[in-house]
Ligand binder design. Structure first.
Ligand code: TXA
Ligand code: MG
Length: 340
């Protein structure tokens, strides 16, 4: 398949991308979290092509993207007041709400569930593209299944050239990890996937919030999480990833020790201030918000450089800490070393 690479954001080219969607095509587009791989949420065959392009298991539903809050009625029904309040406060932005699905949304989008994830991205190019398409856009992250989510157009081209009809290129995704997913169909809002909007912020609006236990546990339990995607090994680079968790001083010391002992292996470090150890160092910035914005790109860069083992310095905090921890634990497949 020939993939149209759109490198310039003009009204004409956005119309062209919208037309590809209306004709049943698949288009990758930038958002503030990660790049998405979109098709019309009303077009069953086009949505099936997304699963095929990614190699994604068909039991893992997609999020539906709209440009404006008023369009939520086109996707969902029985929308509770608390959901409307969350939308008012945090949309457009890195938030996905799980709501009761409207019947005209393809069952392939929701993997047969009666619920649907709805998100209004804040990225201006995403919103222009969705408006040009004129339909709600079903889209997972635009990576090959199992690979880290793409945060630059180059990542998307690497994974999706020849698999998507078009790729809209824009700069780097600013948030860097996927949206916070909140299930609004139960009595109490429940965080199914942590992201840029924190449980504390949700609680301030809704009065209470639960956190799905699959987020906080470091083991993959046998039972099925509410968010089907959480059960798959994700965010996985080719390199072995080892997370070193604790205070800044203790983690830095531990990584230095481990890097020295890693004889014969090419060692990569993603951390704050250990630049002179290992074969490749990538700075994680000074807090978890900054770490989130570089994490997936760093994992891809280590692979490109043939790194065997990656040590990641992780110091929990109350902001992006939970979102980063969830992605790190998954890419490490449970390989976590705790220090003081
Ligand atoms: O930031 C994001 O959310 C990005 C950008 C492109 O918007 N999208 C994204 O999509 O991360 P994806 O497909 O990679 O992850 C969607 C997650 C999956 O874990 C899926 O299981 C869950 O959302 N999900 C989708 N619909 C659901 C539903 N009805 N109930 C529970 N979980 C759902
Ligand atoms: Mg994904």
């Amino acid at each position: 398949m020939d993939t149209l690479i759109i490198r310039e954001i003009t009204a004409e080219l956005m119309q062209k991308a919208g037309e590809i969607i209306r004709n049943g095509g698949v288009v990758a587009f930038p958002t503030e979290t990660v790049y998405g791989l979109g098709a019309s949420a009303y077009d069953d065959a086009a949505v099936k092509d997304i699963y095929k392009a990614k190699g994604r298991p068909s039991d893992n539903p997609l999020i539906v993207h709209i440009a404006d809050v008023e369009d939520v009625e086109k996707v969902a029904r029985e929308i509770p007041d608390s959901a409307r309040e969350l939308l008012k406060k945090f949309s457009p932005g890195p938030l996905t709400l799980i709501l009761k699905k409207r019947h005209d949304i393809s069952d392939t989008v929701t993997a047969g569930l009666d619920t649907v994830g709805v998100r209004i991205p804040s990225h201006p190019v995403a919103r222009e593209f969705i408006r040009a398409a004129g339909v709600p856009i079903a889209a997972p992250s635009a990576n090959l299944s199992g690979k880290p989510s793409p945060t630059t157009a180059e990542h998307v081209i690497c994974d999706m050239q020849g698999r998507a009809d078009a790729i809209i290129c824009s700069g780097k995704s600013s948030v860097g990890v996927e949206s916070t997913i909140i299930d609004m169909t139960g009595l109490v809002p429940t965080v199914l996937r942590p992201g840029g909007i924190t449980p504390r912020e949700i609680e301030e609006v809704c009065g209470s919030v639960l956190i799905d236990r699959h987020i906080t546990e470091n083991v993959m339990p046998e039972d099925t999480p509410k968010c089907p995607g959480m059960k798959y090994r994700h965010y996985a680079p080719d390199a072995e990833v080892i997370v070193v968790e604790g205070t800044r001083e203790a983690t830095a010391k531990k990584i230095c020790e481990l890097a020295e002992k890693a004889d014969g292996k090419k060692v990569g470090v993603l951390g704050m201030d250990m630049a002179d150890i290992g074969d490749m160092f990538i700075s994680s910035g000074k807090n978890n918000k900054e770490l989130a914005s570089v994490l997936f790109g760093a994992l891809r860069s280590f692979d490109e450089s043939g790194i065997d083992t990656v040590f990641v310095q992780f110091c929990p905090d109350s902001g992006y800490g939970l979102a980063v921890k969830n992605r790190l634990y998954k890419s490490a497949g449970g390989n976590v070393i705790y220090t003081e």
